[in-house]
Write a protein that binds this ligand. Sequence first.
Ligand code: PMV
Length: 330
Amino acid sequence: MHTATAQASPNIAFIKYWGNLDPHLRIPLNGSISMNLEGLHTRTTVSFDPGLEQDELILNGQPAPAEAIRRVSDILDLVRAMAGVSHPARVESENNFPTGVGIASSAAAFAALAAAASSAAGLSLDEAALSRLARRGSGSACRSVPGGFVEWLPGKDDRSSYAVSIAPPDYWNLVDCIVVVEETHKPVGSSTGHGLAETSPLQACRVADAPRRLESCKKAILARDFEAFAEITELDSNLMHAVMMTSTPALFYWTPISLEIMLSAARWRAGGLPVCYTLDAGPNVHLITTRSYLETLKAKVQSVPGVRRILTAGPGGPVKAVAPHGKIFR
Ligand code: PMV
């Protein structure tokens, strides 16, 4: 029996991925840029075991639903084919952060799975190959493989679509202050949402302008220019949500409280606090600030009615191999 354990962080995208060129291979229509989230982890152990009849998946201590097992088995099949292994595997995965609250748990999950499964099968994949493998489970998972600030080079096919680090975690002391306004699971998941993107008449404009936004965002990060970063990050989030709202059927992820926080962020920024917002496929608001302003920002956010809780995370490192034992805590 061959076993390996890996740990990965989720990531928050500043320039978003929404819509695929190839949905099966998860080749995106545009590149994206994100930051890994330090202190939030998925830890996954994979054991290939000839004694098993089929793949097994335990998520946070509970047997997983059939759909989750299918997505995991698809990645295990790719690994088995690469390594010439035929045994089923037992996969145990645990998050130290709540699932379904607008933190991309699938990104951390598939990055950790790709690393643990390939290592348990005896493969030693380089970062690009690991990123490509993680991408097959969930597109944004390819960005949780390299560390720090990361760009997903969209590519045109399986070989050319993977993520690279553009700056290490300690390059810029940004913090993601995740404002949880709802704790329930999202009504329409991102895999379905990507498929609806092309029904919006705005998607073609969003995609055509993406190279410009990627360039501005990268430049702002490398120059640690918060004003420029805030402007492009908010624009990109608004563009993605405009596409969502104008898809058929329309997807509305914001709630009135999400909007209240977004408008407050603009006001706070005008008053001199470096803060901007970005939202993924859910109502929770990611407020980005710098470390020295975090406490001031938290105090302001806590005074907004309807805020359920706040999680915070600075820039995180790459996926890594870890010891299999022990619980993970923040
Ligand atoms: O990786 P997926 O299929 O869960 O898609 C992620 C989509 C967004 O989170 C909304 C945007 C992004 O780039 O992370």
